[in-house]
Design a protein around this ligand. Sequence first.
Ligand SMILES: Nc1nc2c(ncn2[C@@H]2O[C@H](COP(=O)(O)OP(=O)(O)OP(=O)(O)O)[C@@H](O)[C@H]2O)c(=O)[nH]1
Ligand SMILES: [Mg+2]
Length: 452
Amino acid sequence: MSDETEEGRPGGPKPVDHRVAPTRVGLVVPEVRGTTSGHSIEMRRQEFEGLARAIDVEVVFVEVVRVREVRPATFLGAGIVEQLKARVAADEIELLLVDTALAPVQQRNLETETGAKVLDRTALILEIFGDRARTREGVLQVELAHLNYQRSRLVRSWTHLERQRGGFGFLGGPGESQIESDRRLLEDRVKLLEDRLDKVKRTRGQQKGNRDALQFPIVALVGYTNAGKSSLFNRLSGAGVLAKDLLFATLDTTVRKIPLPHGREVMLSDTVGFVADLPTTLVAAFRATLEEVIEADLILHVRDVANPDTAAQAQDVLKVLGELGVSSEETPIIEVWNKLDLLGPDPDARREVLQHVMPAGSVAATVPVSAATGEGIDALLQAIETVLAGSSRTFRVRVPHANGADVNWLYGHAEIIGRDAPDDEGQTYEVRIDPRHRASFAQRFAGRIEAA
Ligand SMILES: Nc1nc2c(ncn2[C@@H]2O[C@H](COP(=O)(O)OP(=O)(O)OP(=O)(O)O)[C@@H](O)[C@H]2O)c(=O)[nH]1
Ligand SMILES: [Mg+2]
């Protein structure tokens, strides 16, 4: 956990109470007829188990249940609810995790009818993020997402607030009257968090100002959780970011400078992974962390091509990128087809699998790699260089002699490719401009620019 600190967690590290055994949990994965997420039910089941494993609970059973028609009161059919009730009693289940988005009333009814606490997929993901957040910004963002979720639901599980008072996440949740009396506190807290996040963002903005001046394009790794972003980041940068077979191993953004084959340097960023049905409140709250992605010159979309669900996962990633306002029209995307080694050593067998993998959306290139063995990494660096070079354009711009500030700006923000011999009034420069400086370039040199 090289880059994580306890800094900023209000009240210090999370209290651990060894008197309490891990919560006994049942997982319920509804297979709803007529809905096509593109994910196979088996992969969904595995993923949900992975998500549950990401918090400290004891998974007692995992059950895929058929839902022929969604029942408004409980989401699940009456027969299934009956079975779950029996199972809860027999296995002493304390918590049911249901892999769908439940309406507040469905959640409450399920709790009443089964006798266990019930959390849906959104709440589980928020819970994981709450557990993992370490940096000041991460903690603030998760809490804000959590409060906004709670505020819209009025349910009895405000884990995060409760945890800060020394409670135990969803198991130590307060009663309804407590919630009512805490309403004011909640509103105040949301405001306070927004203020604090604003401050953190402003500080980051200042740091970014420095970075911009340094003139390095940003290359951002994005991808489904567990696709291998951090492994690839470590492979490319020699950093020691935590890479683990754990969903949402990474929550914060780490940025490192790496050289490309011909000496040009870029800022490479590793950040939180995406997942199907990532709560929008969470995406919104994590905008600051995802800033590198939003402002990237180039996106590396890392895909686990050995995963049978790789196509559906890639679509989920594109969806979140869309929510962040990132599109391949403005930001070139290279698809990195990772975990090549898992397809076996035989080139024919690999080709056989890879020919069924389709790029998601329009991409500048696809590069098969293995972050584990290093295979394909050179080709990836080469592709990064090529795509970046292609996305910066060259211009000729006229600068009067007297205008030293403009010349300084060019040296600070552009790559000077050539200069004409100066004449009496000034000099013409040929410059290469990265996409993200194009707007300020156009404004500053309006009327004096010609395409080269
Ligand atoms: N066999 C194989 N395993 C890999 C490869 N790349 C990553 N892994 C494994 O996949 C798991 C997830 O890797 P990470 O790098 O943590 O994935 P991530 O995308 O950063 O995941 P999150 O931070 O949780 O979103 C780890 O167990 C890695 O060892 C690869 O090329 N081949
Ligand atoms: Mg990671």
